[in-house]
Design a protein around this ligand. Sequence first.
Ligand SMILES: *Cc1c(COP(=O)(O)O)cnc(C)c1O
Length: 474
Amino acid sequence: MSTKLLKAAYSPEDFRLRGHQLIDKLADHLNASLNGRSPKVINWSSPDDERNYWINFLENGEETTLFDEIIQKSIHIHHPKYLGHQISPAVPITALTSILGAQLNNGMGIYEMGAAGTAMERIVTDLICSQIGYTAKANGFLTSGGTLANLTALLSARKKVVKQNVWQEGYSGKLAIMVSEEAHYCIDRAARIMGLGDDGIVKIPVDKNFNIRVDLLENCYKKAAEKGLEIFAIVGSAPATATGIYDNLKALAKFASEKNIWLHVDGAHGGAAIFSKKYSKTVRGIQHADSVVIDGHKMMMMPGITTALLFKDGNNSHSTFSQKADYLLQESAEQDWYNLAKRTFECTKYMMSLHWYTLIKSYGFALFDEFVTTLYDSGEKFAGLIQKDPDFELAAKPMSNIVCFRFIGNIDSASEQNLRNKKIRQQILEEGEFYIVETKLRELHYLRVTIMNPFTTPEIMEKLLAKIKGLAKI
Ligand SMILES: *Cc1c(COP(=O)(O)O)cnc(C)c1O
């Protein structure tokens, strides 16, 4: 067999050359994006057109232009007119740690397959635990996304709280969790994966400002118990994705402790508020949670995907997937922190701790404070502009950088308003100068922004609103 292709594919000199070229391209792209010089945030085309483009490229495209084409045809997260979904404009140094991790490609599942990365993972998760306000008993790990982290936390909760060993024996009774009706869909999905079914997800209503109705907790619990459900956990959103509104974690903690159930805080988006001196009040009570999820790729400026899952009592994270008796695990818990696959869903896992460690080493926690605080301030500024303008309506006063609003103008009927806002959002998408998203809350169609770029100025926000008004009148 010839190895000509293999030699070419592994050529260090080819890597050096292409690598330098790519970094130059990305630096230019970053410059153009950050300064808003590239005219569009997104070059939108329909899914079928896009597919055909790349089918054609595979046949006829010039290989030397491939990376340029990918950049051109991808959404530009670093553009200050990107105000869409909650993904970070990754700090450039984490693009470098991505290359480092990808090329070293340590497996991370067991200690020898990632010594540096494993030690770093322990160090950064310990640091986050103390920032949460946990004691020395706490620890955690990094895992592939908030969705998986939430599922893992609920598995730990079930293992700890439910008397029967469901992991070994299965369960014939009816288990349930409690969660706000505004929680991220992945909580619902996690519960269903765990076999809880429709009845196993007890939804707590929210009030008119989308705050969780803590006054209804007791009643929801009682009703579930009457149906024969055994509730083992309650999930708090910090904040809920669609609305950006934080649950009252202190009240949830009190309830969880009274009922002897697990409190899990889904802080995928805004758990990072623990780093903000100004906004840590939004997560007051978080230190009472049995587990906390914080995404690195949302409010912590890292590339996707990397999520910290932290446990108030680290021992609980060691028993989630254990097949053996608990007494054995208790014994080995201390010695075993470095074999991460015992505690994570993943076997092989990419070297995600490099991002966290490098950011902390280079800039300290102060960087996270600047990021979260600046963006949450921006959310307030944007909401201020909406409130000043009678053509618009705010869904609720924001508690984060997520703001839901809609154009009203002089349209009277709710269905007309819905249609108009839907149309506005589609036009903005196809035009590509800005990127915003949409959501439905109580049957009303809202435009939704998440200000993810610390360089999105009030002038840009005003331009967006002017654009929306222009489109609304067409
Ligand atoms: C984004 C989000 C998730 C899902 O996290 P992924 O990292 O995208 O899997 C879960 N919960 C909340 C509140 C979120 O905002």
